[in-house]
Design a protein around this ligand. Sequence first.
Ligand SMILES: *Cc1c(COP(=O)(O)O)cnc(C)c1O
Length: 403
Amino acid sequence: MDSTSTYDDSVSAHDDPVHLGDGAAWRSGARRALATEAVHAGRDDLARQGLHAPPIDLSTTYPSYDSRAEAARIDAFATDGADPAGPPVYGRLGNPTVARFETALARLEGTESAVAFASGMAALSAVLLARTAAGLRHVVAVRPLYGCSDHLLTAGLLGTEVTWTDPAGITDALRPDTGLVLVESPANPTLAELDLRAVAHACGTVPLLADNTFATPVLQRPAEHGARLVLHSATKYLGGHGDVLAGVVACDEEFAGQLRKIRFATGGVLHPLAGYLLLRGLSTLPVRVRAASATAAELARRLAADPRVSRVRYPRLGGAMIAFEVLGDPHEVVSRVGLVTPAVSLGSVDTLIQHPASISHRIVDADDRRGAGVSDRLLRLSVGLEDVEDLWSDLDRALGQGR
Ligand SMILES: *Cc1c(COP(=O)(O)O)cnc(C)c1O
């Protein structure tokens, strides 16, 4: 067994012990605990409007009889990408329902702003386009990354050039035209963990993008460790129910302005209904992540003690993902699950299992994939909210005779 650590319950939504002050402190925006922000951020104006659930604004366009004001707002947006003041203009510039989700996610990640996209890959593409547009086309990245992120960089689909390195090699890999350093921790699919603070230090003035999809802001807030950009495939834990495809970048307002301009010009916007579902998902994020993490920690312990399993990776940080290698045929294990769903993706209320070498990381060259620790025997389990004993009996049956 490689590294299995006990889930540390102190690393949870309760790790931010700030107490709410009086009503004045509330209204002045005093920092609230993560569990509170999850339920209230992006919704602070609702009660005074006589609303409880946030409205879903499906408008693609917004009427205005004052075209001079429209011109001024579009000019302002073109300058710095700031959200246009006053009523919305057009759905590709911004949407009030999506903005609620962006506000809430920024609060949870502890950043000034957040910009939502149609998918995690659309979000990463916008970041890469923002850097290449600034003449900085070189990217330094640490494997493993999510398979399609690896592919986007390796294939140079957006005109970037990538240098793959390990964390110790980041500083040496930087060039004058390096626009971005890209890491995941815990990484998809091996759950390898990085010291984000050390990585951020190694980047110097080059922006560090940390993909925080696996940890979520409940377990880790990379901006606190020096990452300038925090990316999520919101399709996973933020949505949390397997029914919305989305991406988001949490960052400072200056970078957010660049991302909004890219989003406006390239069109990878998030649908307002998806924005609504994500805001709803955030409200239960701390509870879901804590509950699924406790179950995952127990399953990781049992897998680590099982003779049919050769290796288990469970992050020191905790979380609801487990990576493990079986002595038998991993395809057979996938074919035998019953309660667990054999499917790619992760972060849903139900438990999913997949074989990364066949699906999520299939698009990565086999040698690169294996070099990054993604062995052909590796299985990736995304633990949901089912009862731990029911999950274990399903896994136990799926592991079969162990060969
Ligand atoms: C799924 C995933 C992505 C891509 O997100 P999509 O929403 O599928 O486009 C990026 N990073 C990680 C770590 C992922 O798991």
